[in-house]
Design a protein around this ligand. Structure first.
Ligand code: C5P
Length: 406
């Protein structure tokens, strides 16, 4: 495979040399493209010696336009990998700015794009950078999450370029999509539900939808036909076969139940409201001098209903639930596994700031009737891959792979 390695101007640029070597060791051909500022950190000659190809540093260099190189390269590469990606290049890509070779190549190519950000912790958590990354994710760009630790600027925190080995693994996965779920139908629910009190107020929760979106993305990458049932989220959902937008628990119940009938696996990553206002006022409720009492009634437990239906019909659908807890996480997940009659509960401690709701990363425990497996803190994309590995094992144990129609 031909991989374009874009190097932008961060101190992590020196690690990109290792990335180039790692990709070559895996049998790929690498063409390096450096932004002007990247050349302040590493010399183009270093990449040239390793890749044995001319390193592109300047869009206006003599020779670079003889065959309109960015267009020619755009149609021949199998992957555009940008490592390290600075806040600046992420901002440019998210906004379609094409003012140098690398950014022009990004807009010109239809190859998958993988971005490994690296920057100071404060920059990485800045709203503008988060916004740009969310926009890129919505445009189909995949990320290799930065690591945590000592940064070159002296800060301790998240922002250090991921290890070259991890970047090479992610690149490998991006260029060789597996077909391990082809022919399978997977339903994923994601995000919160909003339970309306009146036309302007609702009861909701802080779920961002990111975990469910990561699962839908990974299932689609593995070749599954994915139906994503998403509650109201500010993060944009990935591109899947069928996207069903819902608002309330009741709407989610109807959508999931309808799609579950033909599904091989249902993964309920949504944070479904357990209670909904007993009455939804047709007009905005005006305040009075006294307190306001709202009666909440139980919503249907979608997963439990699917579990009960499966137990009575014996259908082979694999059922996966999530357990968001703040204490006794594993014990409560085990109880949930039994009461909901499902195959796998993904338990997470939502009291931690770096895991669960609204975080980019997650640390979960997978609970099945066979035991408990701790999945360490990592990006939601990687956690999704571990969960789907389990789902694949459960599918293999339950139902034979459907044979192709002739
Ligand atoms: O019982 P608890 O709400 O903790 O269970 C969480 C799991 O059950 C999640 O997978 C969630 O999507 C699902 N759930 C559901 N219907 C509800 C509430 C939760 O399917 N009304």
């Amino acid at each position: 495979m031909l991989i374009a390695l874009g190097v932008s101007g961060g101190i992590g640029a020196y690690k990109a040399v290792e990335v180039a070597r790692g990709l070559q060791k895996r049998g790929h051909d690498v063409v390096a493209i450096m932004t002007h500022s990247a050349t302040n950190f590493v010399g183009p000659i270093t990449f040239e010696a390793i890749t044995r190809r001319r390193v592109i540093t300047d869009q206006w260099e003599a020779g670079a336009n003889a065959d309109i190189e960015h267009i020619q390269l755009a149609s021949t590469i199998d992957l555009l990998l940008i490592a390290p990606a600075t806040a600046n290049i992420i901002g440019k890509l998210a906004n379609g700015i094409a003012d140098d070779f690398l950014t022009t190549l990004y807009t010109a190519t239809r190859a998958p794009v993988l971005v490994a950000p690296a920057m100071n912790t404060q920059m990485f958590s800045h709203a503008a950078v988060r916004r740009n990354m969310d926009r890129l994710a919505a445009d189909g760009v995949r990320f290799v999450e930065p690591g945590e630790g000592y940064l070159a600027c002296g800060w301790i925190g998240k922002g250090r370029l991921a290890e070259p080995e991890e970047i090479c693994d992610a690149a490998e996965a991006a260029v060789r999509p597996s077909a391990s779920l082809s022919g399978r139908r997977v339903v994923v629910s994601a995000g919160p539900t909003y339970e309306d009190l009146d036309p302007v107020r609702y009861v909701g929760n802080r779920s961002s939808g990111r975990m469910g979106f990561a699962l839908a993305t990974e299932a689609a990458r593995r070749g599954a036909a994915v139906t994503l049932v998403a509650g109201p989220t500010s993060v944009a959902p990935p591109t899947v076969d069928t996207l069903v937008r819902v608002r309330s628990a009741e709407e989610m119940h109807a959508a999931v139940t309808a799609h579950a009938r033909s599904a091989d696996a249902v993964i309920m990553a949504a944070a479904v409201a357990d209670y909904t206002p007993d009455v939804r006022a047709a007009q905005k409720v005006s305040k009075t001098e006294g307190d306001l009492t709202i009666v909440l009634r139980r919503t249907p437990d979608i997963l439990k209903a699917l579990g009960a239906e499966r137990a009575s019909t014996g259908r082979g659908t694999v059922l996966v639930g999530f357990a968001a807890e703040t204490e006794d996480v594993v014990a409560r997940a085990q109880a949930k596994l039994r009461s909901k009659q499902v195959d796998l509960i993904v338990a997470n401690d939502v009291s931690r700031p770096d895991a669960g709701f609204d975080a980019e990363t997650n640390e979960v425990t997978l609970v099945t009737s066979d035991g408990v497996e701790a999945v360490p803190l990592q990006s939601k994309a990687r956690v999704a891959a571990v969960i789907l590995d389990h789902v694949e094992r459960l599918l293999a144990a339950r139902a034979p792979r459907p044979t192709a129609q002739t």
